[in-house]
Design a protein around this ligand. Sequence first.
Ligand code: ATP
Ligand code: MG
Length: 272
Amino acid sequence: MSSSEHNENSEHTNPAVDGSELIKFDNVTKRFGSKVVLDNLCFDVSSGKHVTLIGPSGSGKTTILRLLMTLMKPEEGTIKVGGHYLTHEEKGGKLVPAGEKHIREVRKNIGMVFQQFNLFPNMKVLRNLTEAPVHVLGLSKEEAEQRARELLELVGLTEHIDKYPSQLSGGQQQRVAIARALAMRPQVLLLDEVTSALDPELVAGVLDVLRDIAHTTDITMLCVTHEMNFARDISDDVLMFDAGRVIESGAPEKIFSDPEHERTREFLGAVL
Ligand SMILES: Nc1ncnc2c1ncn2[C@@H]1O[C@H](COP(=O)(O)OP(=O)(O)OP(=O)(O)O)[C@@H](O)[C@H]1O
Ligand SMILES: [Mg+2]
């Protein structure tokens, strides 16, 4: 994370360079009616880093991920991913609202896993993983299947390749959802409480897969979780949210062991 290394020309440079800002929120305000959910929010995530968002219910964590998925737009401010504006594009030197084509292109860099796995129920596991790479990225069926097999091995599900989602446990479905997101080779993986809908005994298997991905790939991760031990293991930075603002951020050792703010201490006291 850094707020000082802003590169004005970053939209013209290679976004994948390690250490560059891959995600940048600049004075983002999101309202629902008169309710301000994100309040002039500024933060950034450097390429390859794992950043965890923590904070009380309703503080705006999911809203941040939904903005990144372009499922909604901010009322004010700008968001950049890989040096490109997410909901704006530059035309004739001016910043104008982005068209669908621009949004689709930038969004290809972002994968998301939700609490409710959202797999395609009518497709077997293999096709869940090949559908978007073939139709969105234009991979051949063979290439997409090869990639799918590698990912199923990574998440430990090789023997379930020919099953439908309904034939799998929640933990297995969630591991398919993680593999499906990775099949698009996104630069950023967004994870929103991906274990909170699982039976307790299935949580560890999913977290192990995510730890493995965090430690063996260079994918950038933005993660919302209540699993504080997991957050401590994988995070480079932890951002504590309250009422749509980052009230404290830092290394997990610092935030979890010696937080500065009373609100952070209260929150951690309630969840740890
Ligand atoms: N589509 C919507 N319409 C109206 N209000 C919304 C909408 N989506 C979210 N909100 C409100 O925005 C606020 C932030 O919601 P958000 O889902 O981002 O919180 P969160 O930090 O993810 O909470 P949780 O930990 O419970 O998941 C909440 O007060 C919520 O009620
Ligand atoms: Mg949420």
